[in-house]
Design a protein around this ligand. Structure first.
Ligand code: HEM
Ligand SMILES: *[C@@H]1O[C@H](CO)[C@@H](O)[C@H](O)[C@H]1NC(C)=O
Length: 364
């Protein structure tokens, strides 16, 4: 009977996944995946959903875990390598293995929290730090409403050297500087925007330390386009301390929401504004472009052909978005600073009710 089921399942997969040789392996826990190497990730999945993400939430740990995927991976500079220097190993887990060095970098302010929370999970399950960071990011994103199912490839070495400093972009960097740095790592201006869809499930603890957990958009647990709409509203206020001691803060349009200078500038720069605007009314495009850019980012410094595709371990995101793009309550189309010359800004209606204010993301 079991044999028959396996045969039927293989047949079904063969039909669904043609061409290409379909593979299916039954793990000791009875679950199936594409490769025996992936089996151990089922246990990691159950453990982190329960004990890292507080029962598959899209909360602070998910946001921090996603930020960590970037800060580990972007430590990768072919430009430094061409100068005969060590350019960093990319998505190699160096931020966790050499946290004594890398968490001291200015751009990594606050990243030590999630590094220390994740480390015991990685060690307990015997997963390399590089694999663990990207796995936790992909699983975490799947908990957010409207998220795409990200790719996950396993097999990164656990050996790394500390990344050089100054490779992680800062919120006070100019668009020229960000495009140059991200270009060095292999990303086009549009792909920077694609990656910044991450800021729709994000908050800041250290841009203004007096108001930790202040979100970048009004819906930090939904992978929706509100971030791309709200960054284009006229800025009118600072949500906390108006002095901006850390640097890199821009005026925000909504009480309780924070805007960083780099997001404000990228939203309005001719090189990035059209990609930015395109996501407002095309959620499927936002999902697929984010997924593609994340696939590229997650294997910086790695050789794709030497990694094993364990994407089928990543949960299929189940929660759909509640609604399509709107303006926050209290705003009108006159508050939009449209910046894409090629395409008119879409006409959006505003949410009903008193002006939107955004509560902080609760710490957990
Ligand atoms: C132009 C490049 C980028 C800049 C300048 C930037 C800057 C920032 C800053 C200043 C924060 C707030 C950190 C804090 O104060 O706690 C932040 C948060 C965050 N960033 Fe970025 N970021 C960039 C790109 C990215 C990318 C490519 C990703 C992921 C793919 C990402 C994911 C996140 C997430 C998820 C958070 C929220 C963390 C939390 O809520 O704890 N960022 N980013
Ligand atoms: C990875 O290296 C760290 C030390 O940096 C070690 O604690 C951990 O057990 C190693 N993990 C694996 C899977 O080898």
């Amino acid at each position: 009977m079991l044999k028959l089921n396996v045969a039927l399942l293989s047949l079904a997969l063969l039909a669904a996944a043609a061409p290409g040789p379909p593979r299916v392996v039954r793990c000791s826990n009875g679950k199936t995946t594409a490769n025996a190497v992936c089996c151990k990730f089922f246990d990691v999945l159950d453990d982190i959903q329960e004990n890292l993400f507080d029962g598959a939430e899209c909360g602070e740990e998910v946001h921090e875990s996603l930020r960590l995927t970037f800060h580990d991976a972007i430590g990768f500079s072919p430009k430094l390598s061409r100068q005969g220097k060590f350019g960093g190993g990319g998505a190699d887990g160096s931020l966790m293995a050499h946290s004594d060095v890398e968490t001291l970098f200015n751009a990594n302010n606050g990243i030590d929290d999630i590094v220390e929370v994740q480390r015991p999970f990685a060690i307990k399950h015997g997963i390399s730090f590089g694999d663990f960071i990207q796995f936790a990011g992909a699983v975490g994103v799947s908990n957010c409403a409207g998220a795409p199912r990200l790719e996950f490839l396993a097999g990164r070495s656990n050996n790394s050297r500390p990344s050089p400093d100054l490779l992680v972009p800062e919120p006070f960097d100019s668009v020229d500087k960000i495009i140059a740095r991200m270009g060095d790592a292999g990303f086009s201006p549009n792909e920077i925007v694609d990656l910044l869809a991450s800021h729709t499930i994000a908050a800041a603890d250290h841009v203004d330390e007096s108001i930790p957990g202040t979100p970048f958009d009004s819906t930090p647990s939904a992978f929706d386009s509100n971030f791309f709409v709200e960054t284009l509203l006229v800025g009118t206020l600072t949500p906390g301390n108006p002095i901006d001691p850390a640097g890199g803060q821009a005026l925000s349009p909504i009480a309780g929401e924070i805007r960083i200078q780099s997001d404000a500038s990228l939203a309005r720069d001719a090189r990035t504004a059209c990609e930015w605007q395109s996501f407002i009314t095309d959620h499927a495009r936002m999902q697929s472009k984010f997924r593609a850019a994340m696939s590229k980012m997650a294997i910086l410094g790695q050789d794709r052909s030497r990694l094993i595709d364990c994407s089928d371990i990543i949960p299929v995101p189940m929660t759909p978005l509640a609604k399509s793009a709107t303006l926050p309550a209290g705003k009108t189309m006159n508050d939009i600073q449209a910046a894409c010359k090629a395409t008119p800004f879409p006409t959006l209606s505003a949410d009903p009710g008193p002006a939107t204010t955004v509560p902080p993301v609760p710490p957990s």
